[in-house]
Design a protein around this ligand. Structure first.
Ligand SMILES: [Zn+2]
Length: 456
């Protein structure tokens, strides 16, 4: 990377405007609402889209409104286009905020508010990187197209519509995750299996809210008094986890608390449903089906018991989360969320699990398989962007793999690039979401130099 003093001066001159623009964007609670004319995701998101387009115009670019689903704007020239994908919608603010979540409070060098890190901050950083490239008159032999979507958090209908109406470029990046870079996203498949409950003593189980979360609570109702036996059977090294039992009309209610976590990192949590399977299995309740679930998936998150464990060099290990467990009206149902390595085949994983559990009476339902996404580290796109990042940061970092899906997987050759730095805590979707303002400026500089390098 060659240092460009003119570009650095242009970036610095924009700092004040960047921060004020972001604060204005944060003040709009752009949570998905009911559809209206030209506002498929509700009036607040429409207002956010109009505000963003006004700013884009003010900065000397020509925004296009793609039917209220997205807007876009381009700089540069030439045949090829590099896409930059960010989004303007936010998740609801939730509880636990120190400040009003849409007040855009600045304190101790940080800007607080819903959307600061996910994903308005990164969107503003990318937009002002483009503005700096214009101001510094950096020659560009390709085009950079910023696409600001309006439905990343709910259904990703925004980019589906964009792809249909406009068409997406093949290459690009999304500033909607972490630095240095995510170039690999594992495949994701959810597997639901059902079996008849032959042991009539097991009246009910309820555990889990979504397959992509490690359940933090599991509740079972068992015929007879098992209060003492259940408490004795319970074992967990983590002191935050516990079992409570009570007698209700001759039945034992067993209530187990674990620690929730995201399904892509199941080792960060303690699965309450698995602890329940352990207790029931030790008590001999639930028959062969419960015993099989416990023995095959009760003690690890790598799929060893199911025979699907494995890894590859670019993605690391397969992980599997037992996300939903229930017994209702005599049917035992379990749903796993499996994140499998790039070199694996999702259909093979599914059929292996179906085969192993079939002997215990389970039948697998048809389900979705979201294929893995990978851009090789040796590709020009990855090399150029990583060079810029490492030069500015003084590091020798490499891109890495994650188990979740990012916005970048919409592009054939798409990677996630920032804007969270490695040492920073991830505050997206949480109360007191905030960004470090100096790092916000640094990210804009990385984006400007990366865009220049990609368009050289
Ligand atoms: Zn996001």
């Amino acid at each position: 990377m060659r240092n460009n003093p003119k570009l650095d001066a242009a970036l610095e001159a924009l700092h004040g405007d960047m921060l004020e623009t972001l604060r204005r964007w944060i003040r709009i609670p752009s949570v998905r609402g009911g559809a209206a004319e030209n506002a498929p995701f509700g009036q607040e998101i429409r207002r956010m889209l109009d505000t963003a387009m006004e700013d884009i115009r003010r900065l000397g670019m020509n925004p296009r409104d793609i039917d209220g689903y997205c807007c876009d704007a381009e700089i540069g020239s030439g045949e090829e286009t590099i896409a930059v994908l960010a989004h303007l919608d936010v998740v609801p603010e939730g509880d636990g905020w120190q400040d009003e979540p849409y007040a855009a409070v600045v304190r101790d060098g940080r800007l607080f508010g819903r959307g600061t890190s996910d994903d308005k901050g990164p969107g503003v950083a990318a937009l002002f990187a483009m503005k700096a490239l214009l101001d510094a008159e950096v020659p560009m032999r390709k085009k950079i197209r910023l696409i600001l979507g309006c439905d990343e958090e709910c259904g990703m209908e925004d980019l589906a519509h964009y792809e249909k109406v406009v068409g997406l470029p093949d290459s690009g990046f999304s500033p909607d995750a972490s630095f240095p870079m995510i170039n690999t996203e594992k495949g994701i498949t959810a597997m639901t299996l059902n079996a008849g409950m032959e042991d009539s003593r097991l009246i009910s189980i309820e555990s889990g809210t979504r397959s992509n979360v490690v359940p933090g609570l599991a509740v079972a109702l068992v015929e007879g008094d098992y209060r003492e036996a259940a408490a004795e059977a319970f074992e967990c090294e983590n002191e935050a986890c516990e079992i409570e039992t009570s007698l209700e009309e001759g039945n034992t209610c067993i209530r187990i608390t674990g620690i929730p976590a995201h399904a892509s990192t199941p080792d960060k949590g303690v699965n309450a449903a698995k602890l329940l399977l352990m207790v029931l299995s030790k008590l001999g309740i639930g028959g062969a089906a419960v015993k099989a679930l416990y023995e095959m998936t009760g003690s690890e998150n790598e799929g060893r018991g199911l025979g699907i464990a494995g890894s590859d060099e670019v993605s690391g290990k397969l992980t599997i989360n037992l996300g939903l467990l229930s017994v209702r009206e005599g049917v035992l149902s379990v749903t796993y969320d499996c994140r499998y390595p790039v070199m694996f085949n999702g259909q093979t994983v599914r059929s292996m699990v179906a085969q192993v559990l079939r002997d215990y009476g389970f039948v697998m339902e048809p389900g979705r398989d979201s294929v893995p996404h990978h851009v090789p580290e040796k590709s020009g796109l990855v090399r150029q962007m990583m060079d810029v990042y490492n030069d500015i940061m003084g590091t020798e970092d490499h891109p890495y793999a994650i188990g979740g899906g990012t916005y970048a997987r919409h592009l054939k050759e798409g990677v996630a690039f920032g804007m969270l730095f490695p040492e920073e805590p991830g505050l997206e979707h949480q109360p007191n979401e905030s960004i470090d303002i100096a790092n916000f400026y640094k990210a804009a500089r990385i984006y400007a130099y990366a865009m220049a390098a990609l368009c050289e």
